[in-house]
Design a protein around this ligand. Structure first.
Ligand SMILES: NC(=O)c1ccc[n+]([C@@H]2O[C@H](COP(=O)([O-])OP(=O)(O)OC[C@H]3O[C@@H](n4cnc5c(N)ncnc54)[C@H](OP(=O)(O)O)[C@@H]3O)[C@@H](O)[C@H]2O)c1
Length: 406
C-alpha cells in the first residue's frame, strides 16, 4: 500500500534560481519553500553578494552555489564553510552560471539587466522551462531568444506581472480572436507630475514606488515609464509574433499602455468581438512567480488574493507621454527593430546607473537615451555576437553622452 501511495506522488521539480539574492530571487525562495514536497532548489546563483548567497545555500542546501563575479569565489567558499554548508559546491563565472541554468527542470531568471542573457539562452537552449523575470535579455536579444525558444522542450513562462496576466488571459484564445493587449502601469511615484515639476525630483523620491517593492533599477524604470516601454517590447516578443511562431499575430500598434494606480488589474486582452479579459490580484510578485513554476497547474496557496467584501475602486487613465518621454522612446526603438531595442536597453542601463549615482538628474535619463539612439547604426540582431556588440556600442555612446553632459 505504501509503495502504491509513493508511486502516485508527483515527482519533485528541480529549480535553479539565478539572481537569488535580489527581489525576485528572494521572493522565489519564499514561494518554493512553501511547497517543499513539490519543488527543490538545486542551484543558487548571484552576481557578487557571496554573504547572502552562502546564507541562502545554508538554508536550502542546493548542490551548487554560483557567484558570477569570479573574484568572489574564495569568499563564497569561506562563507559556505563558516555557515556549515561546506558540502554545497562553490563555483564562479559565466560557464558555471550557464551550466546551472541548463541543469534544472525550471530556471527562474531574476538577474537585473543585460547580464541576464546568459541565463535566458542557456536554459532555453537546454530545452527547459524558463521562468523569465529578466525582461532586458528578451528585449535586447529578441530574435536570438526566439531562435532558442524553438529548441525542443524549451518553454518561456513570463514572470513580469503584466505578461503573466496576459498569459493567463490568453489561455484558450485562438490567434484570430485576439485584437489588442492593454498593459497596465501604476504610474510610479511621479504620476500626475508635470514635466516642469519632474525637473527637480531626487533619487530617494524615484525609489519610493507606491505599490511595488523591487530592486533599484526597475524602480527607477517605473518612475520614468521606461519599464512600461520595455514591457511593450517584451509583450511584442512574447505574444506578437506572426504565424509560425508561438505568438498571436498582433503588432506593436495593437499594444496599449493604461495607467491604473491601484495595481490590481495586471493587464488585459481585448478580443475581436469587443470582449476584454483581465487578470486581477493584489500587487504581489509571488503570484506570477508561483504561476510560472506551476503552469498549467496552480499553486495550492494564495498570493495577493483580493478581499471582495471590501469596497474597491479601480481607476484607469492614459499615460502622460509629454512628461514621461521614455515610453515613446521605447516604442520608437521597437519600430526601428534589429538592434534598436538592444541600444535602448543598454543606454537605459547606463543612464539609470548614472542617475542612481547622482551623476545626472532624473530628467536627463531620457535625454541620454534619446541622444544615444540618434547614433544607432541600423544593424540587425541576427546573432548573439551582433547583440553583444550592439549592447557594448550603445553603452559606449551613452557613456560619451554622459561625459559631455557632466
Ligand atoms: N522586483 C520585481 O518585483 C520585478 C518585477 C517584474 C520584473 N522584474 C525584473 O526582474 C529582474 C530582477 O529585478 P530585481 O528587482 O529582482 O533586481 P534586484 O533586486 O536588483 O536583484 C538583481 C539580482 O541579479 C543578480 N545579478 C546582478 N548581476 C548579475 C550577473 N552578472 N550574473 C548573475 N546575477 C547577477 C544580483 O546579485 P547580487 O545581489 O549578488 O548583486 C541580484 O541577485 C529585472 O529584469 C526586473 O526588470 C522584477
Amino acid at each position: 500500500m505504501a509503495a502504491e501511495l509513493d508511486q502516485r506522488k508527483e515527482p519533485v521539480t528541480t529549480v535553479t534560481i539565478v539572481g537569488s539574492t535580489g527581489s525576485i530571487g528572494t521572493q522565489t525562495i519564499d514561494v518554493i519553500t512553501r511547497e517543499p514536497d513539490r519543488y527543490r532548489v538545486t542551484a543558487l546563483v548571484a552576481g557578487s553578494d557571496a554573504a547572502t548567497l552562502a546564507a541562502q545555500a545554508a538554508e536550502l542546501r542546493p548542490g551548487v552555489a554560483v557567484v558570477a563575479d569570479e573574484s568572489r569565489l574564495e569568499e563564497l567558499r569561506h562563507r559556505l564553510a563558516e555557515a556549515g554548508a561546506g558540502e554545497v559546491a562553490a563555483m564562479a563565472g559565466d560557464r558555471a552560471l550557464a551550466d546551472a541554468a541548463a541543469d534544472a527542470d525550471i530556471t527562474v531568471n531574476g538577474v537585473v539587466g543585460f547580464a541576464g542573457l546568459t541565463t535566458t539562452l542557456a536554459c532555453l537552449e537546454a530545452g527547459k522551462r524558463l521562468a523569465l523575470a529578466n525582461k532586458e535579455s528578451l528585449i535586447a536579444a529578441g530574435p536570438v531568444v526566439q531562435q532558442a525558444r524553438r529548441t525542443p522542450g524549451a518553454e518561456l513562462i513570463p514572470v513580469d506581472s503584466e505578461h503573466a496576466a496576459i498569459h493567463q488571459c490568453l489561455i484558450g484564445a485562438t490567434r484570430r480572436g485576439v485584437s489588442r493587449l492593454q498593459l497596465t502601469a501604476s504610474g510610479g511615484p511621479f504620476r500626475r507630475r508635470s514635466r516642469e515639476e519632474l525637473a527637480s525630483v531626487t533619487v530617494d523620491q524615484a525609489l519610493n514606488h507606491p505599490t511595488w517593492s523591487m530592486g533599484p533599477k526597475i524602480t527607477v524604470d517605473s518612475s520614468t515609464l521606461m519599464n512600461k516601454g520595455l514591457e511593450v517590447i517584451e509583450a511584442n516578443e512574447l505574444f506578437g509574433r506572426p504565424a509560425g511562431d508561438a505568438g498571436f499575430g498582433i503588432g506593436l500598434d495593437d499594444i496599449d499602455v493604461v495607467v491604473h494606480p491601484q495595481s490590481i488589474v495586471h493587464s488585459m486582452v481585448t478580443f475581436t468581438d469587443g470582449s476584454t479579459i483581465a487578470q486581477l490580484s493584489n500587487p504581489d510578485m509571488r503570484l506570477p512567480i508561483a504561476y510560472a513554476l506551476a503552469h498549467p497547474e496552480r499553486f495550492s496557496q494564495p498570493f495577493g488574493r483580493l478581499d471582495w467584501s471590501r469596497r474597491q475602486r479601480l481607476d484607469f487613465e492614459p499615460p502622460d507621454r509629454h512628461a514621461f518621454p521614455c515610453l515613446d522612446l521605447a516604442y520608437a526603438a521597437a519600430r526601428i527593430g534589429g538592434t534598436g531595442p538592444a541600444w535602448l536597453s543598454g543606454a537605459n542601463e547606463v543612464a539609470v546607473g548614472a542617475f542612481l549615482h547622482k551623476r545626472i538628474r532624473w530628467a536627463d535619463i531620457a535625454t541620454v537615451i534619446e541622444t544615444t539612439m540618434s547614433h544607432h547604426d541600423g544593424q540587425p540582431a541576427d546573432s548573439l555576437d551582433a547583440v553583444l556588440h550592439a549592447d557594448a556600442k550603445a553603452r559606449k555612446y551613452a557613456e560619451r553622452v554622459l561625459d559631455d553632459q557632466c
